[in-house]
Design a binder for this molecule. Structure first.
Ligand code: PLP
Length: 387
């Protein structure tokens, strides 16, 4: 039978780290111990009170569809969260519950992007973004960024790269893979410039809960006309529950609702009930303690990687990643990652997964492992590079 795979699939890049992960699993099955520093999800379990709330709902057996926009109580809780964290009053009607930030991206781009239009984003950035754009027939305009702008887009860069068919700008702050934040001044200017150019501004704020020693600024503080993507995956440690949210400008409520009704019907019901429990005072206290642990891990890993000769031009202020230049050791970071896994059993993510901007010189280290485990990893990395 001839294959009818759609042409759009040709450009869909795989996750290169999956190859490493598969090999790591194989090695583990053979009895090797692997230290995982490649995985972009918290190693700590979902907090108990969240699990209990999800279980309680499951036990009723009443796991029916919810409204496409999500449970009203959860939308209200998220609105309250914006008030508590950013002193912002957001109408819950503008908040849509989605299957993770991934679902939020689908809705946001689905209602704004026409085939052939372009979205500007930084290189390096989270790899799925480009594939979401492609999914809707759009193109990505990658803008190379470096330490001079904290690896973030700037208003200047947006102006410079804007074309007649540009439709919007997507930023993530803190960024994956660099963990760096956009400054308040640059965020405001970038939103204004994008809007003056007639574009939409998409702000991925999935790592906002994991910002150390400062408060991240939400794009919603500067404009009601932005799309904000967020999730329970990272700060709330709920990756597999598949629940996130999208805040939309007022005039997009109706199209977003129609799209959500059609492509998801609703976000998993028990996960939404669990997410309501995520906002309890006790739970937030627990998450803040975990955040302190992540900060300690960042400091530990940052210090040791620099000592070993990796270069990290900007100390990241958030997320759980360090994007380290390893040009002293290799000009092929993918091969470096493969060899490090084979020889020392340490799994990391090659820069190639995040774009083409000198990515062969970079490795992303995720500090989603305990300090004790990372200390062992550091010894192994040291032995690997000194051989
Ligand atoms: C920057 C960024 N945005 C979005 C996502 C998708 O997250 P979710 O699990 O909420 O779909 C990730 C996941 O790693 C991410 O790093």
């Amino acid at each position: 039978m001839s294959s009818h795979i759609a042409h759009r699939m040709e450009g869909f890049s795989p996750f290169y780290v999956m190859e490493l992960l598969q090999r790591a699993k194989q090695l583990e099955a053979e009895g090797r111990e692997i230290i995982h520093m490649e995985i972009g999800e918290p190693d700590l379990a979902t907090p108990k009170s969240i699990i209990e709330a999800g279980l309680k709902k499951i036990q009723t057996g009443d796991i029916k569809y919810t409204p496409a926009a999500g449970l009203p109580e959860l939308r209200k809780k998220i609105a309250e969260f914006y008030y508590d964290r950013y002193s912002l009053v957001i109408d819950p009607k503008r908040i849509f519950i989605t299957p993770g930030a991934s679902g939020a991206f689908l809705l946001a781009l689905g209602v704004t992007l026409n085939p052939g239009e372009e979205i500007l984003m930084s290189d390096p950035c989270y790899p799925c973004n480009n594939n979401f754009v492609r999914f809707f027939g759009g193109n990505t305009c990658f803008v190379n960024v470096n330490a001079s702008t904290e690896y973030q887009l700037t208003a200047e860069l947006i102006k410079k790269h804007w074309q007649h068919n540009s439709r919007g700008v997507l930023i993530a702050s803190p960024s994956n893979p660099t963990g760096t934040l956009i400054s308040e001044q640059e965020l405001t200017k970038s939103i204004s410039v994008t809007q003056e150019l007639g574009g939409s501004f998409f702000s991925d704020e999935i790592y906002h809960g994991l910002v150390y020693n400062k408060q991240a600024n939400s794009a919603l503080q500067y404009s009601e006309e932005v799309f904000v993507i967020n999730s329970f995956s990272k700060y709330f440690a709920m990756t597999g529950w598949r629940v996130g949210w999208l805040v939309v400008p007022e005039e997009y409520i109706d199209p977003v609702e129609r799209l959500a009704q059609n492509i998801f019907i609703s976000t998993p019901t028990h996960s939404q009930y669990a997410a309501i429990a995520a906002f309890s005072k006790e739970n937030i206290l627990e998450l803040e303690t975990r955040k302190q642990e992540f900060e300690k891990r960042r400091d530990f890993l940052y210090t040791h990687l620099l000592r070993l000769g990796f270069e990290i031009a900007v100390k990241p202020e958030g997320a759980f990643y360090l994007y380290a230049r390893c040009s002293r050791f290799t000009d092929d970071s993918f091969q470096f990652a493969k060899d490090l896994l084979e020889q020392e059993g340490v799994a990391v993510t090659p820069g190639k997964d995040f774009g083409n901007n000198e990515s062969n010189y970079y490795i992303r280290f995720a500090y989603t492992a305990s300090i004790a485990k990372m200390a062992v990893a550091i010894k192994k990395i040291e032995r690997f590079i000194c051989q």
